[in-house]
Write a new protein. Structure first.
Length: 391
């Protein structure tokens, strides 16, 4: 099963080529910092650029760094502003083995990271430079909920890490049971940590979500003559979720709030792709990809970016070769589209009249992060951070 989660206001987009372009009409300033220059700014430490997280409101970048020249190779952290090329704050980590995820709260008040040996969730009060251990995995001989991270590459079952808001961190842990002398995962459970109280609460488990989702689909009136499956738990807020449930004939976009499920959308033979959520109001953004007979992939130039909120009907936001988007809490919408026959990707702001104003294009493998209050975008690749500020 695949676990997906997105921080509010953050769009993650995998791009496959090799250059950046900027539409100067709205851009105020721009620049690039590569891995070497970044290392010089953070005490000449080694930096894993992709293992970073942007505060979705203020735009600072949180990252782990390693003092590779010291005898102990200490793991450290830094809060960095790419557009000013300055380290805002920095410090040492209480663990020395990083993992696959770090996260920072929207206003850069807190950060979070997983560690290994032992597997733990650590939360950092950035202003106080104080780390707290929020959770530790049960020992190898104990059952219970566990952070799940497979090393040696990306796994579709890895526990994600995200901030719902400045006070709540979310993840999905695996419920581990001992059977025949070995541990195995029997369920997946969303968990929420309140930073101030340092307490964890459980959300609806995967099995509970599936049961509620199947009930909602039957109440929707759909005739299901094949088993339904799902691959993703998408956290859309505190104890709010979205699942794509499908078989070979039909796909359903199901939302969950307050323990109840409802079918927000359905499509014949096509598929849905979860994109992101605005955590403050629970608006969920996704792509409807129609089925094209005789082809393995969805029809090009006919994908729709849609949104749904609460019990309202879904709305279509944009049509075309839509790849994804960025959706800050202030209600703006930024659409990412494939261009040049799929050889490049364009980031555009969607205006109220439905037209798009292009801000940037890329041919490089990047993710888009946004600091909405500063009107700044970071295009983060393996070796570079390209930033632009706009009106």
């Amino acid at each position: 099963m695949k676990i997906q989660s997105f921080v509010a206001g953050l769009g993650v987009c995998a791009f496959l080529f090799s250059s950046f372009g900027i539409a100067d009409a709205k851009v105020k300033s721009k620049g690039t910092i590569n891995r070497s220059r970044l290392s010089s700014v953070v005490d000449k430490h080694a930096v894993n650029v992709p293992l970073s997280s942007t505060a979705s409101n203020t735009g600072e970048l949180f990252m782990l760094t390693r003092d590779s020249k010291s005898k102990t190779r200490d793991l450290c952290w830094a809060l960095f502003n790419p557009s000013s090329n300055k380290v805002i704050k920095k410090g040492k980590c209480p663990f020395n083995y990083d993992n696959k995820w770090v996260a920072i709260s929207p206003n850069a008040k807190y950060a979070a990271a997983f560690s290994r040996h032992p597997a733990q969730l650590h939360i950092l009060d950035i202003e106080a430079n104080k780390w707290t251990v929020a959770y530790t995995n049960p020992s190898s001989s104990q059952e219970g909920l566990s952070i799940f991270q497979l090393l040696g590459g990306n796994s579709t079952e890895d526990s994600p890490l995200m901030f719902i808001d400045d006070n709540n961190v979310a993840s999905v842990f695996h419920e581990m049971k001992i059977k025949d002398g070995s541990k195995e995962s029997v369920n997946m459970v969303p968990v929420f940590f309140n930073v101030k109280s340092n307490k964890m609460t459980k959300g609806m488990s995967m099995s509970e979500l599936l049961t509620a989702g199947e009930k909602a689909i039957k109440e929707f009136g759909a005739v299901i003559d094949e088993p339904l499956s799902t691959e993703e738990i998408n956290i859309t807020g505190l104890n709010r979720y979205a699942l794509i449930m499908k078989n070979s004939k039909k796909a359903f976009f199901v939302t969950f709030e307050g323990g109840k499920a409802r079918v927000a959308d359905s499509i014949f033979r096509g598929n849905f792709e979860y994109v992101a959520s605005r955590m403050s109001d629970g608006t969920v953004f996704y792509i409807a990809a129609p089925y094209e007979k005789g082809k393995q992939t969805s029809a090009r130039n006919s994908r729709e970016l849609r949104s749904v909120k609460g019990t309202a009907s879904h709305e279509t936001i944009a049509k075309g070769d839509v790849f994804g988007g960025v959706f800050p809490e202030d209600g703006r919408v930024f659409v990412v589209e494939m261009k040049d026959g799929g050889n490049s990707y364009a980031l555009s702001q969607l205006k109220k009249d439905g037209t798009k104003e292009q801000l940037a294009t890329t041919r490089k493998s990047v993710r888009f992060d946004m600091g909405s209050s500063k009107n700044v975008f970071h295009l983060v690749s393996r070796d570079d951070i390209y930033w632009i500020t706009f009106e």
